[in-house]
Design a protein around this ligand. Sequence first.
Ligand SMILES: Nc1ncnc2c1ncn2[C@@H]1O[C@H](COP(=O)(O)OP(=O)(O)OP(=O)(O)O)[C@@H](O)[C@H]1O
Ligand code: SF4
Ligand SMILES: [Mg+2]
Length: 321
Amino acid sequence: MHSIEVSGLKKYFPVRKRLFSGKAQHVKAVDGVDFAVERGETFGLVGESGCGKTTVGRVIVRLYNPTEGRVSFEGTDISSLTQRELLPYRKRMQMIFQDPFSSLDSRMTVGDIVGEAIDIHGLASGRERTDRILAILDRVGLSKWHASRYPHEFSGGQRQRIGIARALVVEPSFIVCDEPISALDVSIQAQIINMLEEFQENMGLTYLFIAHDLSMVKHISTRIGVMYLGGLVETAGSDELYKNPLHPYTQSLLSAIPIPDPDEAVRSRRIILEGEIPSPIDTPPGCKFRTRCPMAGSECGDENPALREAAPGHYVACRLI
Ligand SMILES: Nc1ncnc2c1ncn2[C@@H]1O[C@H](COP(=O)(O)OP(=O)(O)OP(=O)(O)O)[C@@H](O)[C@H]1O
Ligand code: SF4
Ligand SMILES: [Mg+2]
């Protein structure tokens, strides 16, 4: 059974009209994305800065309305529900944010931040509410006296624990983890990952885990999707993607990861991509990766290739494969 199923998902943001041309323009942050996340699995979503990962996560949990396409949550299409109709789903779908500082209200105590989530969904009051707040703080490795403190009094790792407590206190089944460890020290990263894995096991959670680079998601993900300029270019099981990357973009991302074994390192060829990522406002015609692809040929300018199954469960969007 799918936890999340996304099809034909698009999210365009309007850009202010140019003074003289008068033509309305859009940032095509997400431009036609399809994938499904099975219950209990972790789907890793990777790609360079600005490729649309956070926007995908925000549209799934309906912090943004989609421009086009469908998002199903446990079999129900939630993409066109009203805010009122969404409320029961909001409790079951949570998000842990990229920047643990700006995502926490600096004027609220930790107890209030976590309690607010309980209140929105009317889950508990009085003594039970307090007990619930203290229990979740304990589970994420914070103390009960932390409840009366403010976010600025905490370290980055502790702030991310507060964000996790806020997401978990309403007992969700699906969580978007948006680069939850990128801003943290390496030693703290492992602690947060272990904690997320433990909660997944104990609470049967499903994760969409967003990261910049493939080394971060390999360990935690069951399957991985690679994004480029608003679209998915490859999805496969985690091991398969590492052993057999098919898309030139995935190959370049993988080649950037240092290999500990010197023999392997000699064999692997570092692929350095030339040029900048094109603007998501003026996306190039044809394959979106064309301007940087080492394999690009004249045919690549015709159309943007769709994902197609190259091997069982392994999908790739490139005309050569
Ligand atoms: N609210 C918004 N209004 C206008 N444009 C936006 C908005 N949110 C994102 N964008 C644009 O959409 C594109 C995708 O942004 P997004 O934040 O989803 O990327 P990302 O892959 O999460 O990047 P990063 O790895 O840096 O977090 C970017 O070009 C960004 O500038
Ligand atoms: S379709 Fe062409 S430009 Fe696009 S990834 Fe494949 S070879 Fe490169
Ligand atoms: Mg982001």
